[in-house]
Design a binder for this molecule. Structure first.
Ligand code: NAD
Ligand code: ZN
Length: 248
């Protein structure tokens, strides 16, 4: 991989879309899914239909959520998030499409208008029927007291974190915004994703088919490496923070 090629691609682009996965947040202490230390080595994910099907599974869902929250609430943006935020401030990066639910792009200083969250956000909860929002603090207190999963006090519906589980429909507005950003970019930069989760992983291909360049930065190979104009197998934080100053 030539660093000159990387710099040329960035310099020649005026509308970059950055697409991130769990890999960008591992250096902030949040485990990803598929790495050897990833969440999946301990727990298989709870699918949406399972969540709906039993109260016991919902109890397990909330237990896991509050356990990972202890990590997520302490996590701070790392040098990878900060590098992307700088590119956004320079006007180079128009939008960040993220599969992450940890709010770290927003915490790195990128306006929430420029962050498209494909898989939702874990910092609040919603009623699945009437969409009323709920603060987690309240839910946690009640859960710890009763060990029962929460129900909406307005309509009785099931409450879930505002994240998208496997098998749950994708958020319509975010999907449209992501498609619009992808179709208008001249460089699509995928960072820290195994690019195996669809439909999210279809965006790099849409960009490429629409004439944009594609760069993939990930420690390991991904299924989409063969489509990319440049593949960088490296650590995200160190690579971005060391190479960003070369931008003219
Ligand atoms: P993934 O676990 O499938 O892939 C992460 C990739 O990042 C891996 O290929 C790994 O090799 C690479 N990676 C990890 N740390 C890296 C580093 N420091 N430098 C370079 N590469 C690194 O994650 P995914 O593709 O995002 O898909 C899984 C799903 O997991 C997503 O839908 C997302 O919603 C969810 N998730 C989110 C978070 C979060 O919000 N931080 C955490 C775990 C899972
Ligand atoms: Zn409700």
């Amino acid at each position: 991989m030539s660093i000159d090629v990387f710099n040329n691609f960035l310099n020649e682009s005026s509308k970059i879309v950055v697409f991130t996965g769990a890999g960008i947040s591992t250096e902030s202490g949040i485990p990803d899914f598929r790495s050897p230390t990833g969440i999946w080595t301990k727990n298989q994910p709870i699918e949406f239909r399972e969540f709906l099907s039993s109260e016991e599974i919902r109890i397990e869902f909330w237990k896991r959520k509050f356990a990972i929250d202890a990590t997520i609430s302490k996590a701070k943006p790392n040098s990878g998030h900060i590098a992307i935020s700088k590119l956004n401030k320079m006007g180079k990066v128009s939008k960040v499409i993220t599969q992450n639910i940890d709010n770290l792009h927003q915490n790195s200083g990128i306006s929430s208008d420029d962050v498209i969250e494909l898989h939702g956000n874990t910092t609040y909860a919603k009623c699945l029927d009437c969409e009323m929002k709920f603060e987690l603090e309240l839910i946690k207190k009640l859960f710890e007291k009763t060990n029962k999963p929460p129900y909406c006090n307005d309509c009785g519906g099931i409450i879930k974190t505002a994240t998208i589980s496997f098998g749950q429909s994708m958020p319509k507005i975010e999907m449209l915004r992501a498609e619009e950003a992808t179709l208008s970019c001249d460089l699509f930069f995928a960072i820290g994703s195994s690019l195996q989760v669809y439909p999210a992983a279809s965006f790099p291909i849409i960009a490429k088919n629409n004439g944009a360049r594609l760069i993939i930065l990930n420690r390991e190979e991904t299924d989409l490496d063969k489509y990319a104009d440049l593949v960088i197998h490296n650590e995200i934080g160190s690579f971005l923070s060391e190479n960003l100053p070369l931008l003219s």
